[in-house]
Structures are given as structure tokens and as C-alpha cells.
Ligand binder design. Structure first.
Ligand code: AMP
Ligand code: ZN
Length: 481
């Protein structure tokens, strides 16, 4: 099966040709673990899980290595740790924040039908590799030491800017005016930086610190970009097949990863194919805490959002895959409702059906065309139609949905979790309505009003009308919306 993928580096769709078909290698930038992951973060997690599943299908489950890292050294983590655990030494506080957040992330994405990656390295476990990269870059004339920092010298790399398709001149022209005085060029970026010590620059506590590379005597910590260069090298080698992440990471993060890895190893490419998912917005607006539309994966799964008290993880996954990964997604209640209705139909068709055989070949072909999930899903709707008539079709439907992580034997009721259905005891309502009517006829308005209030508290709305023939008052009732 020919696989084609859109490559951000070349800006076109290309046939995928792995370096080693016996070990296809993919790296995806993972979360910075300081807070709950939001539904925008769920997008790359689901999209690249789908790529992982497809690669395993095409090359064999034991012939794919998928690395998704955990960033556990970062200013946002430090700030969170100091705020949440002010009485602990900073390093202990950081460990509390990162281990709790990491566990929450794993629980949340497991509910979305996401497979664990082959390796999930942590930045703090790869500091030596980062230091070795700093040393190599200085030795090869691509980096320099200044004021306790190691900085990458972008002027040393003639094709810096290829991924984001911008020349160094353009970038420099757009650079902010305020450039740190120790930088040789305005676009030079940090590989290693000093850690602030307690008492320094208003800092109450010492930041995490490691012995520095390149002859720097003060302790320090890595810059952001160097982490991924070190972790991908360690687990996938200096050259590998696919590198992924959200579109916002193209510049500067991925551009700088490429600069570091290629210049340190003297290689022509870091990853052959660069894949980027489009952004997710909520009901037409950029997700932000100030707009009040910032929603975490956990809230979607466990609390009231988008008009339901909960959404099942498979519903969230289907809602996400309904749009091609490179397009922007607008996340709405409508999208979730549609996904849920679809999965309920599938669950009805599949109850008592075992998966058999391979996933449908047309679905695999659609996914092999740059992960065309909307096309795959429309083929699946066709499969569901024919599954209504023949049991073999149902078995194939189940195998296909399982392959895509969209079904795991859930019942209709499990998938329908969180639907608000107001239930009332109809017989009791009828009795109360009749009693109210009797009170009215007896002109006991106090009692009839009390009964109306009691019914309202049960969620029942009353409608009084005159019977045109008899002139009698007739009361009907319905569940209040
Ligand atoms: P961060 O923790 O912000 O570094 O993001 C982790 C991953 O989520 C990266 O691959 C980002 O590109 C991606 N991401 C963040 N926000 C969104 C969003 N609104 N839509 C899609 N992807 C996002
Ligand atoms: Zn990265």
C-alpha cells in the first residue's frame, strides 16, 4: 500500500519511503507538564496516534518506534511549583507538579483511545545528551559561550529557515528591537542558560540547575529546543523518518531543533518528513482563559461542557477525526452531538458482533493518502449501511473501527453517558395535576398554587386551556426545557 504524506519541509505531498522499513521512526513533541492538557493539545495526540496506528498496520506492529516526550523542565513548571507548593524546596515542588500532571495526562488520553507511544522520554533524564550536543555545536563552530549561556549562531548555517520558509534577512528585519546584549546576532537562540540562584534578581528560590557544559562554571539548565534534539537522537538516531507537532511549533521550535541536530551531527536532514496539525478553536474563537472557552480534556470527559454533563472519550476522538488534520477545527456542541449519534448507531449494529479480519482496504487507502480521515469516515458510513444487511459486513466494520481507535466494545449506554434526560414519575404527575384542578374548582387557589409550584420543582410545566365544547378547564403538562 503506497503511503503519501504532506511534508512541511518541501510543502507538498510525497510518497513515504522509510529509512529502514524494519524500524520506522517517528518523534512527536509532547506536553509540558504543568497543568491539565486542553482540547487543543488533544489534537496532535489523537492525530499522531492515528499515524502510529497506520504505520503499524503498513509496516507491522513491531517495526515502528514512536517517541513522544514529556517536557518536565520549563519556566512555567517552575512558576506553578512555587505557587502551588510554596513551603517545599523548589525541586521537590517541581516533582510534585510534573508527576501529578503526567499521570493526569495519561489518564485523559487513554480515554481518547490513544495507544501508549513506544518510548516516552523525560527531558530531565536526558540532560547529559543535551550537554553533549552543546559541546559538539561549539566544537564545530555553530555555537558560542557568552555570559553563562551557550548560544546557537544562526549565521553559521546557510540554510537556516528552510522549514518555516523564511530567510535569515527577513527574520532579522522582523526581530524585536530588544536583543540580549550577549547575542552576536538577533536570531541566535539559547541552547543552555544560567539558573537563577536564591536571592538573585528577586528570586526566592534557586531554579533547577545542573553542572554546565562548555567550560561554564555556573550551574545552568537547558533551553527548550535542545531537549527534543537530545531525546530524538537518543531514541531514534541522528536521522529519522517523521517529526510531528502542532503548526505553532514550526517556528521557532522545529526550525531550531533542525539547526541543532543537523549542525551537531553534520547531517543533511534531521527528520525526512515534517507533519503539522492545524489549530483547534472553540465555537469560532481562539481558546483562551480570559474568554472563558478554555476547556481541558478532563472537563470534557468528566464535567458539564457543550450541553452535556459528560462526553465519552470515543465521541471526542471521532469528533476530532471528522476534520482533516491539516485544516483548522472549530470545536462545537454540534460536532460532539453528531459524533455521538454516529457511535450510538455503530454500537447498535455491533452488539454481539466480534471483530474479524483486517480493517477495510478502502479505509486504509484513504488514511494512506495523507491521513484523510474525513474520507475514511465516509467510507465507514457506507460499511455501516451494508452491515445492517450482512453479518460479515458487521465484523469488518468492527475491525475497522477498532483499528481507528473508535470502538472498544462499548455499549450504547456507555457511549451515551452524560445525556441529560429529565425523568418524572408520570402517574404521580397525573395525580398532582388532577388534585390541582380539583382545588381550582373548589376555588382553593392557595392549594392549587402550591401544587403548581410542587410540579414546577419536579421540572413539569403546566398548560391550562378551556375545552371549546364543555367550557371546562383542561390541564396538559410537559417536561420543562
Ligand atoms: P504545548 O503544551 O503548548 O507545547 O502544546 C503541546 C502540543 O499541542 C503541541 O504540539 C502544540 O502545537 C499543540 N497545540 C497547542 N494548542 C493547540 C490548539 N489550539 N490546536 C491544536 N494544537 C494545539
Ligand atoms: Zn520538540
Amino acid at each position: 500500500m503506497a503511503l503519501t504524506l504532506y511534508n512541511t519541509l518541501t510543502r507538498r505531498k510525497e510518497p513515504f519511503d522509510p529509512i529502514d522499513a524494519a524500524n520506522v521512526r517517528m518523534y512527536v513533541c509532547g506536553p509540558t507538564v504543568y497543568d491539565y492538557a486542553h482540547i487543543g493539545n488533544a489534537r496532535p495526540v489523537i492525530v499522531f496516534d492515528m499515524v502510529f496506528r497506520l504505520l503499524r498496520h503498513v509496516y507491522g506492529a513491531h517495526h515502528v518506534t514512536y517517541v513522544r516526550n514529556i517536557t518536565d523542565v520549563d519556566d512555567k513548571i517552575n512558576a506553578r511549583a512555587a505557587k502551588d507548593f510554596p513551603d517545599l524546596p523548589l525541586n521537590d515542588a517541581i516533582r510534585r507538579v510534573t508527576s501529578a500532571t503526567e499521570k493526569q495526562f495519561h489518564d485523559d488520553i487513554a480515554a481518547l483511545g490513544v495507544l501508549p507511544p513506544t518510548v516516552e522520554p523525560r527531558a530531565t533524564e536526558h540532560i547529559e545528551g543535551m550537554k553533549a550536543l552543546c559541546e559538539a555545536l561549539v566544537q564545530r563552530g555553530h555555537a558560542y559561550v557568552a555570559s553563562g549561556h551557550v548560544l546557537f549562531d544562526v549565521s553559521s548555517m546557510p540554510d537556516y529557515g528552510t522549514l518555516s520558509n523564511r530567510s535569515l534577512e527577513e527574520m532579522e528585519a522582523g526581530a524585536r528591537v530588544e536583543v540580549a546584549p550577549y547575542k552576536k546576532g538577533p536570531m541566535d537562540f539559547v541552547l543552555w542558560k544560567p539558573s537563577k540562584q536564591a536571592g538573585e534578581a528577586g528570586n526566592e528560590k534557586s531554579e533547577p540547575a545542573w553542572p554546565s557544559p562548555c567550560g561554564i562554571s555556573e550551574p545552568g539548565r537547558p533551553g527548550w529546543h535542545i531537549e527534543c534534539s537530545a531525546m530524538s537522537e537518543k531514541h531514534l538516531g541522528p536521522e529519522f523518518d517523521i517529526h510531528g507537532g502542532g503548526i505553532d511549533l514550526v517556528f521557532p521550535h522545529h526550525e531550531n531543533e533542525i539547526a541543532q541536530s543537523r549542525c551537531a551531527h553534520g547531517t543533511p536532514v534531521m527528520a525526512r518528513v515534517w507533519m503539522h496539525n492545524g489549530f483547534l478553536q472553540v465555537e469560532g474563537e481562539k481558546m483562551s482563559k480570559s474568554l472563558g472557552n478554555f476547556i481541558t480534556i478532563n472537563e470534557l470527559l468528566a464535567t458539564k461542557t457543550f450541553g452535556a454533563s459528560q462526553w465519552h472519550g470515543r465521541v471526542v476522538r471521532l469528533a476530532m477525526l471528522g476534520t482533516h488534520y491539516r485544516q483548522p477545527i472549530d470545536w462545537t456542541a454540534e460536532r460532539l452531538l453528531q459524533a455521538r449519534a454516529t457511535l450510538l448507531d455503530f454500537a447498535d449494529l455491533l452488539s454481539g458482533v466480534d471483530a474479524a479480519g483486517e480493517p477495510n482496504a478502502d479505509v486504509v487507502a484513504a488514511l494512506s493518502d495523507d491521513l484523510n480521515t474525513p474520507s475514511a469516515l465516509s467510507i465507514i458510513h457506507g460499511l455501516a449501511k451494508s452491515a445492517k444487511r450482512n453479518p460479515e459486513g458487521a465484523a469488518e466494520l468492527r475491525a475497522t473501527l477498532e483499528f481507528m481507535g473508535l470502538y472498544g466494545g462499548e455499549t450504547r449506554d456507555e457511549l451515551n453517558v452524560g445525556v441529560e434526560v429529565a425523568t418524572v414519575d408520570a402517574a404521580k404527575v397525573d395525580t398532582l395535576v388532577a388534585a390541582r384542578l380539583a382545588a381550582r374548582r373548589a376555588k382553593d387557589f392557595k392549594e392549587s398554587d402550591r401544587l403548581r409550584d410542587e410540579l414546577a420543582a419536579m421540572g413539569v410545566a403546566l398548560k391550562d386551556a378551556k375545552d371549546p365544547q364543555t367550557g371546562e378547564i383542561v390541564t396538559t403538562w410537559e417536561i420543562a426545557r
